[in-house]
Write a protein that binds this ligand. Structure first.
Ligand code: GRF
Length: 208
């Protein structure tokens, strides 16, 4: 394995279509990084199957009946053992604690299906995000990639893409329109991270 490439892990709780976009990006040579590990807090997460199908180590780390501190500790150990350089959250629904976030400061990338700071933070996940956008009556929504800080969805923004809201949209319609853009946005974000393009100044991410 080539160690001049950054090695990363993707954390998932569900279907893992964003994970799949990253797998495809790495396999196509677009992302010059090594996707070395997928971890899920849910045994049934389809993302684990996607990883195995591509020869990527897949670990189920049980997320219920465990304190945040203990989960952080176990996860850090797993990632350190495998010399993981950075982490991507691809629909990871378990809250990570300060210990984990500090251990990987500015090295955790999340994708959120709205234009942050709208419709984000605790409780905004899945269709709830899109329903909130529709209920508010926005004409555009979108997706955001950002570095993870200790406050949910509040870390430095990396990239955003806007997507129109159309008359008669249901939450599912908006979700489908946005997720297609998420895949491209996340691949671009991880590609550029691997290429060392980001410089973080406070909450501003400069792209070199
Ligand atoms: C995506 O909408 C992502 O923005 C959010 O969780 C969802 C995960 O979808 N954080 P998938 O599992 O990658 O299909």
């Amino acid at each position: 394995m080539c160690r001049n490439l950054k090695r990363f892990a993707v954390l998932v709780s569900g279907g893992g279509s964003n994970l799949q976009a990253l797998i495809d990006g790495v396999e196509a040579g677009e992302i010059k990084g090594d996707l070395g590990l997928v971890v899920s807090n849910r045994k049934s997460a389809y993302g684990l199957e996607r990883a195995k199908a591509h020869g990527i180590e897949a670990i189920y780390l049980r997320g219920d009946n465990i304190s945040v501190e203990e989960y952080d500790k176990q996860l850090i150990e797993i990632l350190r053992d495998r010399q993981i350089d950075f982490v991507v959250l691809g629909g990871f629904l378990k809250i990570l604690g300060p210990d984990f976030i500090r251990a990987y400061e500015n090295k955790i990338i999340n994708i959120h299906p709205s234009l942050i700071p709208s419709f984000c933070g605790e409780g905004y996940y899945g269709l709830r995000v899109h329903q909130a956008a529709l209920d508010y009556g926005v004409k555009v929504s979108g997706a955001t990639t950002h570095f993870v800080s200790e406050v949910a969805d509040a870390g430095p923004i990396i990239y955003q893409v806007s997507v129109p809201v159309l008359d008669g949209d249901q939450a599912e319609d908006l979700q489908k329109r946005i997720i297609k853009e998420e895949h491209k946005l996340l691949v671009k974000t991880v590609k550029d991270y691997c290429d060392d393009k980001f410089e973080i100044q406070g909450r501003i991410v400069k792209v070199r």
